[in-house]
Design a protein around this ligand. Structure first.
Ligand code: SAM
Length: 339
């Protein structure tokens, strides 16, 4: 067997357990960083299995912490494992895993929200967008306060084929609070249908793989956790710029329980609001008395396409911000009262 073959079938030698690592390096979970660790390697193996066949894969793990998922990834036979961890206290334990895996772990001490992944892996891994998914994966159990902004950022990268998606349709397997995972995968009319459902599903095939009870984590969070897998679509369901889709979807869902025309109206300045709201809904063929959660992906696609036409006709329209108008009005009222 060649050295390369031997390395790719390598399993970790006996190591201290994750619990022992936590004690050894005094890794008390930091509340501010919302740290909840997975100590049960059967669970971390299960997460890694859901990411697909990772033998010889190139993987970025976000927030490895004491290294439970990291061990499962090494045991799955990955070729290269880049870990991005913000908390210095975990670095020595990760260095130990690097030694035990004969140098497979590349450790970045940094913040995943600012880390640039477009040059993290060798260029030969790049695939055309229309091809099969590349042999590059992202996986992680992140704190909830990081995972939601992070997925929005990565969805924008999917739309622009930038960041981790310069390699093609890189798959991501990430954890979220169970309710957030349900929102991401909710279908039209569903109780959890929300802004996140549209933003995730217009760009990706989203699978809510399984739920991990909160009791499996140390310390135990208040909530259960959903493992979600994202595979970017070859053809997005809405073909408009990400920021435009985000604006339309955010406005429509502003009043989730009310008729959708209330939210749509916020896209337009007061003086033309009524006329343009009617025009947009009519041209997009959307019934104004539907609730936002009853609108399908094709309704959102048509709303975005018609809104784009209106923005092309009036170049100032896209920069209109409803909240800013409210803020200015309030300031005006205050200055009027005090003068
Ligand atoms: N993956 C480990 C596990 O499953 O046991 C740890 C999970 S813990 C919920 C989240 C980890 O992400 C912690 O190690 C924390 O320090 C790290 N983290 C938090 N914010 C981060 C950020 N912005 N960038 C990178 N790592 C971060």
């Amino acid at each position: 067997m060649s050295i390369t073959q031997k390395l790719s079938t390598l399993r970790l030698p006996p190591l201290p357990t994750i619990g022992e690592i936590i004690k050894l390096y005094k890794l008390k979970a930091e509340k501010q960083l919302s740290q909840n660790f997975l100590l049960d390697l059967r669970l971390t193996d299960k997460i890694v299995r859901r990411a697909g066949n990772l033998k010889d894969a190139y993987v970025c793990e976000v927030g490895p912490g004491p290294g439970g998922i990291t061990r499962s990834l090494i045991n799955a036979g990955v070729a290269d494992l880049l870990v991005v961890e913000k908390d210095t206290r975990f670095i020595p334990g990760l260095m130990m895993l690097n030694e035990a895996s004969m140098g497979k772990v590349r450790i970045v001490h940094g913040d995943i929200l600012t880390y640039k992944m477009d040059r993290a892996f060798p260029g030969h891994l790049k695939k055309q967008w229309e091809d099969d998914v590349p042999n590059v994966h992202i996986i992680g159990n992140l704190p909830f306060n990081v995972s939601t902004p992070l997925i929005i950022k990565w969805l924008e990268h999917v739309a622009n084929r930038s960041g981790p998606f310069v390699y093609g349709r890189t798959q991501m397997t990430l954890t979220f609070q169970k309710e957030v995972a349900e929102r991401m995968t909710a279908s039209t009319g569903g109780r959890q249908r929300s802004r996140l459902s549209i933003m995730c599903q217009y760009l990706c095939n989203v699978k809510n793989c399984f739920t991990i009870p909160g009791s499996a984590f140390v310390p135990k969070p208040e909530v259960d956790v959903g493992v979600v897998q994202f595979t970017p679509l070859i053809q997005p369901q809405i073909e408009q710029p990400f920021k435009l889709v985000e604006k339309v979807v955010r406005s429509v869902f502003q009043f989730r329980g009310k008729y959708c025309h209330h939210g749509v109206a916020n896209l337009f300045p007061e003086e033309h609001r009524l006329k343009l709201t009617e025009k947009l809904l009519m041209l997009a063929d959307v019934d104004p008395t539907r609730r936002p959660y009853e609108l399908s992906m094709s309704h959102f696609r048509d709303l975005c396409n018609v809104y784009r036409q209106l923005c092309d006709q009036d170049p100032n329209l896209f920069s209109y911000n409803f909240r800013e108008e409210l803020r200015l009005k309030k300031l005006h009222r205050i200055s009027h009262k005090t003068s």
